[in-house]
Design a binder for this molecule. Sequence first.
Ligand code: KG4
Length: 339
Amino acid sequence: MNILAFETSCDETSVAIVRDGRELLANEVLSQNDLHALYGGVVPEIASRSHLEAIAPLTAKALSGVPGGIDAVAATAAPGLIGALLVGLNFAKGYAMAKNLPLIPVHHIRGHIAAIYLAEPEIKPPFLAAIVSGGNTQFIEVLDYTDMRVAGGTRDDAAGEAFDKGARLLGLGYPGGAALSRLAEPGDDAKYRFPVADIEGAPFDTSFSGVKTALRNLVHHAKQLYGDDWAESLDLPSVAASYQKAIISALSGKLCAAADALGYDTVVLAGGVAANRRLCTELRSKLGNRIHIPPVFLCGDNAAMIASQAFYEFLKGARAPLSQNAYATFDVAIPLCQS
Ligand code: KG4
């Protein structure tokens, strides 16, 4: 079964075709990073308009390389920027209506989890998944392909957001996660102290607002003392390394504790922050062959993961009416449409 899927929840326009949830036939991804870099973050209206321009040409490109027909259409319907989601979902509806195909709405986080199905043909639930991206940080028990339970996650900022805001404070541009981790490479990660949050009564929850505030205070203090020369007063690679270490310690500490306490032999990492090599190395050293990480191109936002998850939602009976709406927030454990 070939599923054509659309992902437009934030600042990547992506169109993909996947066979039977596991075989990637096409995956077109257009990043809007350059458009938003000017503003230091995603501008929702620019994101929506850019999806609108890109989605039809990307669809033509994805379809052109794939022999055989399309059997169903899927789109990310939640969570995300509402105007951005509406572009992909509405395009999917138009395609489904014109070709008389079933429409499958997909939760973005469920899609991130499904990236591992494309990378590892043998893997299947149950497992514990950590979705760590610019907009989300959640630990999810994947009991079955469409049966999820949230085990923990952040109480405030997402881990990727902490990387991006940290990078912005250090003048590294947007999105700065990769730049911050490159700056950190030669640094001493024990030179500066940043807090790692623990939340009473919620051992698998974390928080990244404190570490971000600590960095803001450090930079402001340096600016007050040294004005324009503030950057020279700090050992910036070591600041970045120490900051990164605090984020990674929180993520890996909570994830490993959850895996052990909940009894999972298989743990999956996905989302854009899975591109961080230090995080992957630390999880591999703590979890050994229990940890599974998709390749970087499947970790960032893409429609292939949406098509993969759509296949399993379809098998469970998910069929959306053409009145299906999009939602800025939506619980990952609740089905987006009733079968
Ligand atoms: O999943 P994704 O593509 O989309 C969003 O949910 O936004 O994740 C993007 C996030 C951004 O916050 C970006 O800074 C972060 O992933 N990221 C990284 C690295 N590469 C991307 N964070 C830390 N280290 C990296 N190497």
